[in-house]
Ligand binder design. Structure first.
Ligand code: SF4
Length: 232
């Protein structure tokens, strides 16, 4: 089985369902899948390009990422090489930014275009595993030690600032939207990644789908749908 560091993070959430996991891992083409809007990956790609160009010109991160500290170089990794295997499961994923400090240690940043709500963010457990998953892969492929993990949130402006901003950021060619950066540090815990990988492998290896979450209305509806489809 192959799993991305982000998907592994879902195993840490309160409403993780092993049955759903088993089904989606054994059949990747489920019906009724909603296509995901590509705008956020475009913003992330643009952010990476801005940071890379700034580093190329000035040899340091932009001031709005200054909280992250000194960086000697940005490290480019190839998706085909940035992966590792444990207990028959391959862990994959490409961090938005992997960098090396002047002292030789490494750090990782992941960009999030979202309003920052700190540990109230329901997705924080997923992000913690995602970042630690990248660190796990980096260290397994020789880029070690990874000491620092960060989420860099880019917050869109609040509604009550729209009036003042629209005049300043509208041009003949179009308009710009200023984002406010907020840095959130993630605690390193790659041991948890290893135990989640073992759990993912053991669910995937089951011969039949395990029981679902008790009382899940979606599964009850699915049973009704199957009965209806088989009605003669
Ligand atoms: S119990 Fe709910 S979450 Fe689990 S497989 Fe069924 S629909 Fe999915």
């Amino acid at each position: 089985m192959q799993i991305s560091a982000k998907d592994l993070g879902w195993l840490k959430t309160d409403d993780f369902c092993p049955r759903c996991f088993w089904i989606t891992r054994h059949d990747r083409k489920l019906p009724y899948q909603t296509p995901f809007a590509g705008i956020f990956s475009s913003i992330d790609a643009y952010t990476k390009s801005v940071v890379a160009k700034h580093f190329e010109r000035h040899g340091r991160l932009p001031d709005w990422l200054g909280e992250i500290g000194d960086v000697k170089r940005l490290v480019k990794v190839k998706p085909s090489e940035f992966r590792t295997e444990k207990d028959g499961t391959t862990l994959t994923g490409i961090p938005d930014e992997l960098f090396q400090r002047p002292d030789g240690t490494y750090g990782i940043i992941d960009y999030k275009t979202a309003r920052y709500t700190g540990n109230q963010d329901m997705l924080m457990p997923v992000y913690e595993v995602q970042l630690n998953g990248y660190a796990y892969i980096a260290e397994a492929t020789g880029l070690k030690p990874v000491n620092d993990l960060y989420l860099a949130y880019f917050e869109p402006p609040a509604h009550d600032h729209f009036d003042e901003l629209t005049g300043r950021h509208t041009t003949k060619e179009g308009f710009e939207m200023p984002f406010t950066p907020i840095i959130h540090r993630i605690r390193k815990d790659t041991k948890e990644v290893a135990s989640l990988l073992a759990r993912a492998s053991s669910i995937y290896g089951m011969k039949a789908p395990p029981k679902g979450t008790e009382g899940c209305e979606d599964c009850q509806r699915l049973d009704e749908l199957v009965k209806l489809a088989n009605w003669k």
